[in-house]
Ligand binder design. Sequence first.
Ligand SMILES: Cc1cc2nc3c(=O)[nH]c(=O)nc-3n(C[C@H](O)[C@H](O)[C@H](O)COP(=O)(O)O)c2cc1C
Length: 171
Amino acid sequence: MNSKDSDEKLQLRILIAYYTRTGNTEIFAKQIKKMVGGDLFRIEEVNKYPPSYQEVLKVSKVEIDNNIKPPIKSFVENIGQYNVIFVGTPNWYGTMVPPVATFLDAHDLSEKIIIPFATHGGGGEQRCLTDIKQMSSQTTVLEGIVFYGSQAESSRERIVTWLKRLQIFDK
Ligand SMILES: Cc1cc2nc3c(=O)[nH]c(=O)nc-3n(C[C@H](O)[C@H](O)[C@H](O)COP(=O)(O)O)c2cc1C
């Protein structure tokens, strides 16, 4: 694939959808946008998680344990115009945050190319990328990437190497 216009190559129409609570995953989403272009879409829950870390741990554990997909504030109306969708999530309890599961469930992503990415607080990838892949069974899911949350800003070279490997970025 190549992001430059070309008759032979697929023209990329990129959406970068992400959830962030404390900003790490957003930094990463914005870095990807800087490199490959496309549109950013922030996934937000309708009923805000409590500001206290201890409280959000409790609320989200109930959701994750029970596979609850909380309502999200908005949807991508024109999802049909995109063919490549980056999906970004923080690692919560080893998996994607519940609003990202809602996002994946709510949109028709068949015939898209999904590229997952995640940030974590020390636990690493765990099931973040594989769970996104599993929920996107109708689609092509490319190799994802995971970063320690607070290092997102200094990870440009890793991101470039990853995107080049996917042939999404050729500068
Ligand atoms: C409810 C909750 C659960 C979390 N669970 C994990 C975990 O299991 N493993 C881990 O490495 N980090 C965990 N974290 C830390 C976040 O993944 C990490 O801080 C992430 O970079 C936050 O992204 P954000 O700033 O975009 O919200 C958790 C954070 C929260 C709030």
